[in-house]
Write a protein that binds this ligand. Structure first.
Ligand code: 6CS
Ligand code: FE
Length: 294
């Protein structure tokens, strides 16, 4: 369906999957306008879902993970190539009961269930710290291109919720989104090296769109910066093109990411025929539906 990193020139494949899988808008946990925006742009913003105390708790638990030497020496901790600062911590829902509870919060799960039209599980979770002064960029990419090619995610039936834990301003490397880019799968050029994740999580070189593809999508749709205060949720489709600039300011841009995948879309063997990535990057053995009985 979505071949990538197989051919010598890039290709554009039109999305062959729905964006919103549920049809009964009466049952939607989101108002019509937001659903229309999500369908059209591939992302939406949610403010005031968490109250100030909840956000303060998240910030405290993020700092605790950040300051922990034990965490810093685990495989789940990815450091910045240049400075050695912590860039990301993966699998935060397994490293912290607090973040597990947030990821399982019905206010989040029911949105994911509605949009994906199925029970859901956590494919991946992470804290991206993007520290001040030396937090490096995440180049343009579609998460689905990686999750399909390197994790074996069959269809575009997953979404990310990024919760801002520090102010995301124009100057400290906010998430940059290309509205509408979720409708086009860009088949990228370039072979996936073995154990690619050892470098791709620091700096992604393979599976990134070519300049011409980026140019045409940006000219058509523009770029939107997901600026916002702590607590804001950026909910975006797995195939939306996004990236973020380096952060040379003094204020970190730290966001918590939860990736919900439909249970019917659980990962199989990587479509790029590379070895499956570790469990802390892509759940495989630990797939457990989040459906609450209520
Ligand atoms: O490879 C991955 O799964 C990770 N890479 C990026 C740049 N975004 C999604 C995910 O965190
Ligand atoms: Fe990403």
């Amino acid at each position: 369906m979505y071949p990538s990193r197989q051919y010598s020139s890039p290709m554009h494949i039109h999305r062959q999957d729905p964006v919103i899988y549920s049809n009964d808008r009466q049952k939607a946990p989101l108002e019509e306008a937001l659903l229309d925006q999500y369908e059209k742009k591939g992302f939406l913003f949610l403010d005031d879902l968490f109250d100030d105390h909840e956000v303060a708790d998240m910030q405290r638990h993020m700092q605790r993970l950040r300051d922990s030497d034990e965490i810093k020496h685990r495989a789940e901790s990815i450091t910045e190539e240049s400075s050695g600062d912590v860039r990301s911590v993966f699998d935060v829902h397994k490293l912290s009961h607090f973040f597990q509870n947030i990821a399982q919060d019905p206010r989040l799960v029911r949105m994911a269930e509605y949009l994906l039209g199925d029970d859901v599980y956590l494919h991946q979770t992470r804290l991206n710290y993007k520290p001040g002064f030396r937090g490096k960029d995440f180049y343009w990419h579609s998460d689905f291109e990686t999750w399909h090619t390197e994790d074996g995610m069959p269809r575009m039936r997953a979404l990310s919720m990024s919760i801002s834990l520090t102010p995301n301003d124009y100057h400290n490397g906010p998430l940059l989104l290309i509205p509408g880019s979720h409708q086009t799968f860009i088949s990228c050029v370039g072979e996936t090296p073995d154990n690619n994740y050892l470098s791709s999580l620091k700096k992604q070189d393979v599976g990134i769109p070519d300049d011409a593809s980026l140019q045409s999508l940006i000219e058509q749709n523009g770029i939107e910066a997901a600026v916002g205060q702590p607590g804001r949720i950026i909910l975006f489709d797995c195939n939306l093109l996004h990236g973020s600039n380096s952060n040379i300011t003094s204020s970190p841009r730290s966001n918590l990411f939860f990736v919900y995948n439909a249970l019917s879309n659980r990962v199989v063997l990587p479509f790029g025929n590379t070895a499956p990535r570790p469990e802390y990057i892509a759940a495989r053995k630990s797939i457990k539906g989040l459906k609450k009985s209520d």
